[in-house]
Design a protein around this ligand. Structure first.
Ligand code: NAD
Length: 453
């Protein structure tokens, strides 16, 4: 499989891919290794994961360059991601033993307790946009719980996936406990035909739905972390409109808008709409675009070439239906998959840009007259990942947020994930939770003991 640098279109590596025979072999090996791994005490498994975290931080410069070379993520954002993902390991260090301990529920003539047992060998089919964050959410939590993992990195983050494997082995995770499945969707499909004990997927709704249909008859745990069309509502009482615009722009354009929880649509109260929009455009026009390695670059190329057409199609569709392009709206000619950060006004929900996941540097801003109108528009979506409200009034914000059918809600912040609380999508945004104690429980099955002496 050829790995292409999206900033230069150069082939930077050519790596072997897996097939049915190699996947079968890896699976057999993991099936045996998992039993020994599960027999170790949690603190020994945890020690390997902590060491892995140290190795990643020791090699951060090299790892960030690899991530940038295959995804186009600006180098500083690669460093931020690798540093930030460490909080999952700190979280496991403080909590894993406590959450995996057996629980004595009732003592009496028949004593009752729960023991949390691992699932076995789990498959993790993953995305490229934040491979450290979304990878750690699954494979580290699965490993610490005593599972073996067959990890399929995205074809757009395979070099990073192979580095995970190298560093996990260096950290003491046996080679029959973690392995990679390398390749495109066809290799992911082979995983679906393998008898894995659980499937954990991060990616698009379209692939997630397909996987859910394929896995359903197996009756094993399935978890889906899918896309979003995340709304942000700017209330007319924000104390500082310029600051609200800066924060909203970062939420929409960080990682080139390629975050599952990126702000994908903005509703602004009519009292502040003109000022907010002008500040928003000013902020975005100040972003440095270009070589992701260059210091100060905030917007690099999008990772996948075909996404440019999807974004241009959303822009054309919006323009044809009456939207105004306030800035951007075009591909940047030359080498690399670059598109100008694009802001659209005069948008409505008949336009693709307000309904379908964009997953790129493009945003629509719609004027609203009231909280009720904002709420109705925020709810008008197939997705349910995150929603945000910026306001100086917490109870006004919470009144809106409490009525939204999304797994995460934000007041005066956005595009944020924390290991302390569950990360989950509703409707077309997914099924199940990662992170928090729920993120550990996702990888174990409870066994109920009834003990009569
Ligand atoms: P994708 O669905 O194209 O691919 C995801 C993975 O599925 C890849 O590893 C791919 O090779 C594999 N795959 C593709 N077809 C397959 C098939 N038929 N059978 C099995 N595997 C198959 O998604 P992507 O482009 O990698 O990721 C972007 C999407 O992921 C966006 O929608 C984004 O919002 C979402 N995402 C969600 C979260 C979350 O936590 N909710 C986090 C990151 C990304």
């Amino acid at each position: 499989m050829k790995i292409i640098n999206p900033a230069t279109e150069e082939i930077i590596a050519d790596i072997p891919v897996d097939d049915k025979a190699s996947i079968d072999e890896k699976f057999k090996k993991l099936k045996i290794g998992q039993k020994k791994w599960a027999a170790l005490p949690v603190n020994q498994r945890l020690a390997c994961i902590v060491r892995f975290g140290e190795l990643v931080q020791e090699n951060i410069d090299e790892l960030a360059k690899i991530l940038t070379s295959e995804t186009g993520k600006p180098l500083q954002q690669s460093i931020n991601e690798i540093r930030g993902a460490q909080n999952r390991i700190e979280h496991l260090k403080s909590n894993a033993e406590k959450w995996l301990k057996e629980e004595l529920i009732f003592e009496g003539p028949t004593t009752e307790k729960i023991v949390y047992e691992p699932l076995g060998v789990i498959g993790n089919i993953s995305a490229w946009n934040f491979p450290y964050n979304v990878g750690y959410n699954i494979f580290l939590y699965a490993l610490v719980s005593g599972n073996a993992v067959l990890y399929k990195p995205s074809e757009f983050a395979s070099l990073t996936g192979l580095k995970f494997r190298e560093l996990l082995y260096k950290a003491g995770i046996p080679d029959d406990v973690f392995d990679c499945a390398i390749g495109e969707g066809t290799v992911g499909n082979i995983l679906l035909e393998t008898d894995l004990d659980g499937y954990y997927f991060t990616g698009s709704y379209k692939t997630g739905k397909y996987i859910a249909e394929k896995v359903a008859p197996k009756l094993v745990p399935l978890q889906l972390e899918l896309g979003g069309k995340d709304p942000l509502y700017i209330v007319d009482d924000v104390p500082d409109i310029k600051q609200a615009a800066i924060n909203a722009a970062e939420g929409a354009f960080y990682n080139n808008g390629q975050s599952c929880c990126a702000v994908e649509r903005i509703y602004v109260h009519e009292h502040i709409y003109d000022t907010f929009t002008a500040e928003f455009v000013k902020e975005v026009e100040g972003y440095k675009i270009g070589d992701p390695i260059a210091e100060g670059t905030f917007i690099g190329p999008v990772t996948r070439a075909p996404q440019i057409e999807i974004l241009l199609n959303q822009i054309t569709d919006a323009k044809n239906k009456g939207a105004k392009v306030l800035t951007g709206g075009k591909k940047i000619e030359g080498k690399g998959y670059f598109i100008k950060p694009t802001i659209l006004s005069e948008v409505n929900h008949n336009m693709l840009v307000m309904k379908e996941e964009s997953f790129g540097p493009i945003i629509g801003i719609q004027k609203v007259k009231s909280d009720e109108e904002a709420l109705a528009l925020m709810q008008d979506t197939e997705y349910g990942l995150t929603s945000a409200v910026f306001s100086s009034d917490q109870s006004r914000a919470e009144k809106v947020l409490s009525q939204l059918n999304t797994g995460t809600v934000y007041w005066n912040c956005c595009d944020r994930v924390s290991p302390n609380v569950p990360w989950s999508g509703r409707k077309n945004s997914g099924l199940g939770s990662t992170l928090s104690y729920q993120g550990i429980r996702a990888f174990v099955q409870p066994k109920a003991y009834h003990l009569r002496s």
